[in-house]
Design a protein around this ligand. Sequence first.
Ligand SMILES: [Zn+2]
Length: 339
Amino acid sequence: MKLPEKIVLKDFQIENLISNNDYASAADYLFNSQLNSWELMHKNYDALKNVQTKSFWFDGFKLKVQFNPERIKSTSAAVDEDSVNSRKCFLCVENLPEEQKGIIITDNFILLCNPYPIFSQHFTVCSLKHQPQLISNAFGEFLELTKLLSPKYCLVYNGPACGASAPDHLHFQAGTKNFIPIENDIQQLKNDFGQLIQEDEIITTSFIDDGLRKLILIESAEQEEIEKSFRTIYKAYERLSEEKYEPMMNLVCSYNDEFGWSVIIFLRNKHRPECFYKNDPDRILISPAAIDLGGVVVTPRAEDFVKIDQLLLQQIFKEVSLDKKTFSSLAKEVNSEFR
Ligand SMILES: [Zn+2]
């Protein structure tokens, strides 16, 4: 793959970090370098410092709402096939903004700063090849990338039909660790609402229904075991859903040296809630993806930020999450596969 020469950030410091395999520090270095040289990015990260948030407590977990006007394009992006086919792909390296620089991570991905942030440091990790957003072939790399960036960041995946704004170009997001509330809440959720489906010394897999969301947590320090578990879940989920590309899911993944990976899979029923398609004043512009489901719900419009309350959040989350019946069928099926 031949890259345009100017896109890769090159200097002594960053090359040194990369040769020591310290990608988290390299990402941090890239971030600060871009912040100083890219006006739009500087402006948007400055604005993020004063962003308004509201918090809501549910049974053992927290959801925050972030009023973030810069996310309007992403929240309302048209991702139907015609719209996607008729635009230039904004993740292909030849179409990136003039100011954008990146670093190559593993052989197949480039790490780029996201100039429209939700996290205090927000990156897009893009495949160097223009290929569809599908997790089944990229899950192993998703885990590897998480580990490489793990001291500072978590990784996020949005399925092609549930939140990815470029369903035609494989990409992940990386962001400041422990910013998404579910990273802190997950053990509590597992204790309070979890059903253990697989458990031995190497791996545990839990199905969790916290009343709003339906999710699966896979924990292990063995990459191969996680991949095996994920494959089993994916295949069973695929049989139960009738999606064209892949069963609807969003992922949040983190890694630490002591315990290994923690993969959270949000199971979905719908891309956007009904209120998204209504006319004003009934419209609420919320388009939940991994970060929202993980507990930072983004509202780009002030009127929605004001309007949103506990009850609306509950409705929206229930509506876009997998239904109870399919969730328990999936748990049963996966359970029998693991026996
Ligand atoms: Zn592309």
